[in-house]
Design a protein around this ligand. Structure first.
Ligand SMILES: CC(C)(COP(=O)(O)OP(=O)(O)OC[C@H]1O[C@@H](n2cnc3c(N)ncnc32)[C@H](O)[C@@H]1OP(=O)(O)O)[C@@H](O)C(=O)NCCC(=O)NCCS
Length: 212
């Protein structure tokens, strides 16, 4: 029997998540994306990738389903919505595109999304509600906190740590053993050669704080 999944968020990222679920289904995974939920009423009744937008978040309990996933790109919003539904006992699935390479010992938290072309190496620990976006690489023994977004094309070397809620921007690189604190932003294309504290925006090569 297939798992019926609702996708919370029908914007750009929600549609990427829908595509991953459809690829999983195509590959024989017992999964059925039954619909999107989005609080923008203009989207209600529309279809993306053939999947209908069934209503707003308040409608979730009334729609038969087995699990949900939060398809929202913004880390703070995704965290809030994830925790809201977790608190009432919702189950979260992991969306993993079939064209990814993930070592068998990697630990992946509930509700995490692993997009096309991602590679995750041995010993890595990935938290809940994380986005590992298109083509990023997360090397051995990384520790990626809950609600993090690793953007497309990022390369994290071995033993890197990324704190809860942080965005590592598109194409950024972190050299081995470096740490970024919680709720920081690493700018697009940055090279992190030194640890970056929590709640800091850092840009450039090498990455330097722009502001707190
Ligand atoms: C770092 C970032 C968050 C800063 O955004 P911001 O606060 O709006 O900053 P601004 O655009 O006002 O730029 C401030 C200064 O930083 C510079 N800057 C911004 N982003 C930069 C980057 N990635 N690398 C180098 N310099 C950067 C700007 O040129 C500007 O410099 P100036 O003051 O000399 O003119 C943003 O530019 C960024 O890189 N975001 C990543 C987005 C991303 O990858 N999302 C994932 C998509 S899937």
């Amino acid at each position: 029997m297939s798992q019926r999944v609702l996708i919370v968020g029908a914007g750009g990222h929600g549609q990427v998540v829908a595509d991953i679920l459809l690829r999983m289904q195509e590959g024989g995974h017992p999964i059925e994306p039954v619909g999107f939920l989005d609080d923008n009423p203009q989207l209600w009744g529309k279809r993306f990738l053939g999947i209908p937008v069934l209503g707003g978040m308040a409608d979730l309990p009334a729609i038969p389903h087995d699990a949900i996933i939060i398809g929202i790109g913004d880390n703070e919003t995704r965290r809030r919505v994830f925790l809201q539904w977790k608190a009432v006992g919702e189950r979260f699935i992991v969306a993993r595109h079939p064209e990814t390479v993930v070592a068998p010992d990697v630990i992946i938290g509930a509700g995490t999304m692993i997009c096309a072309g991602v590679v995750v190496n041995t010993g890595a620990w990935i938290g809940e509600n994380v986005i590992l976006n298109t083509g990023c690489t997360v090397d051995h023994h990384n520790r990626i906190g809950d609600h993090v977004h690793i953007a497309p094309g990022v390369h994290l070397a071995g033993n890197v740590e990324v704190g809860e809620g942080t965005l590592v921007g598109i194409g950024a690189v972190m050299i081995p053993q470096r740490k970024v604190g919680a709720w920081s932003v690493i700018g697009a294309g940055a090279v992190v050669t030194e640890d970056i504290p929590a709640r800091t925006v850092a840009v450039g090569v090498p990455a330097r704080p722009l502001r707190e």
